[in-house]
Design a protein around this ligand. Sequence first.
Ligand code: ADP
Ligand code: MG
Length: 708
Amino acid sequence: MFVGKHTTISNLASILSSPVEYLKGVGPQKGEMLRKELEIATFEDLLHHYPYRYFDRSKLDKVASINQNTEYVQLVGTLINIYEEGTGRKHRLTATLYDDTGKIELIWFQGAQWMKKSLRDHERYIVFGKVSFFNGVPNIAHPEIELLSSETAVAQMQPVYPTTEKLKAKGISNRSFAKITQSLFEKVRPGDIPEILPVDILSHYRLCSRYQAIRWIHFPDSEEHMQAARYRLKWEELFASQLQIAQLRLQHTIQPGYKFEKVGDHFNGFYKEHLPFQLTGAQKRVLKEIRHDTATGKQMNRLVQGDVGSGKTIVAVMSMLLAMDNGFQACLMAPTEILAQQHYQGVKGLLENMGVPVAILTGTVKGKDRKDILKGLADGSIPIVIGTHALIEESVQFANLGLAVIDEQHRFGVGQRARLWKKNERAPHVLVMTATPIPRTLAMTLYGDLDVSVIDELPPGRQEIKTVHRNEMRRAFVMDFIRTEINKDRQAYIVYPLIEESEKVDYESLLAGYEQVKVFFPEDKYKISMVHGKQEAALRQRNMERFVSGDARILVATTVIEVGVNVPNATVMLIESAERFGLSQLHQLRGRVGRGGEQSYCILLTGNKVSNESAQRMKIMTSTSNGFVIAEEDLAMRGPGDLYGTRQSGTLKFKLADIVQDSAILEQTRQAAQFVVSEDPTLTSPKYAAIRNILLQQAQQSHWSKIS
Ligand code: ADP
Ligand code: MG
């Protein structure tokens, strides 16, 4: 039997597992193409290959209505003047479409040859695309275009399928897709697409049936039905993911954990005698939550969100002391060597006077040092260890690990978090700390299994960082400003973008920038240090140290300093080519200053001309310093895939749902999932059998299974 990407165990015997080439109009050759290009191997795969938009006959524009503000248009007209022009890279195909109000040019830069073959002169077409203007004259490049034959004219809403250039070249046009799907529906009966959601959920949330939804999403007879179909399918997608999260969460709550029964001398002694400042209300609240969690006898899984500089480290340190008071070891894991080092220095400094041994374990700790530390961890003589990923390696054994703190979580995969849980008989308590404020919807999907604490208060005495946007023409003024700050004995960061794809170019511009900085700040008067990812770790470390110690006044750097680095005396953050950074990244960078008592500044330097979107980003940055607002804006502007490196993780990969736009559905499915899991934790009742099956299959393919 043929197994396609959607083939499920339960329907192996069903018609849905038939190879797609059995369909009328497909055949072996096209079947092979579909499999290669779109992973469509079976009837079922094709059923789930949804259109991403529709030609809606009820919504037509006229050529004459196009003006400078027009974005997308849908036109019906006659095609004439189809010809190729230019050679080599300038080669292209143009055609003219006219209706009763005027004419517009259509252009193809790619696939001109086969496009030319498929277009017919003097025929009527429906066309959809983005309008652009060239010398004030509108045109549409790479429009979606479909012949208006008598047969297609029947449907009001015509599906437009995702496809590839290769498929189009092989004659599998959008129209053939629609035809293939049509012949599929001639073979598939409602009984072949059984319902998977229980009836009470269907009726409570007013969802249409699964068969109906899949039919309507391909061939809606109205806008309403199309919406109903998409709604239902999105619901199902989000529900499946929320069910998994709800189950995981439930598992945490029943998972026995170590009981931290007392608050003892380490915690109290530190609080009374060694704490260098008063805790903020928010810090106290979060510590209380942690104390409560760890005293229940269940395993804690808590996420602490706090904007940059909100003081998460001290919360981690005091939690580790709490673990010690109860006879356990604790570890603090950071995403980079620099951060681990910095945490180590900081934590050691805080605990030195109390005689608490603190060790560091990273990839660069080798030889005898490493041996000693491994031994100390295994025999329990080292109660607190700070490190990087090196901590979760198999070779690291703990005598009695009771708490693991993970700083800057978004750089750790969920799988890595799971490995920590195996470091003791029972899973240690896990405290995840992130400086990237996570919008609620994202948190619900990414960290839905964690309890969340928020440090929503900055330590007293902090002044808001003044943020300005300047362009290249003002560079000299900007440098003068930095000079006055440095002459007041402050320090400054100058940051350059370094993005992998263009690494070489970026590297050169960093070096050029460094030379330029030296022109403004002659080396005999100003000490400058430089750090970037291409340096040897040891050199980078030394250069960083020179800035941290105050010896160097200016740090020229790439984004390696993005997270966590703490130099309170630095008051200026100049970000070069700021238009090339994302919002969250800009916010993280800005958070490197304003860490002491002095007024700090963040200068966003861009080219003289920037795109609308970049201008928008600069505006957001200069108008707010609230990390949550910025994260929401970032999510809205970029979409979840780009953020937090989750693109590869698969956690946010939905076919239809978008966690930003569909947050209302997300909320519903979360509630429904919590209800279902509380009623039937293992989903064993017959009404959940179908959805359980689907979850099991998904679990096999994803990381979720690894966690438990
Ligand atoms: P982040 O949340 O970004 O990790 P840190 O823990 O590095 O922040 O703290 C930032 C700075 O604020 C540190 O210098 C720290 O000593 C200081 N700090 C933390 N909590 C307080 C407080 N309650 N009062 C004064 N300063 C504090
Ligand atoms: Mg930190």
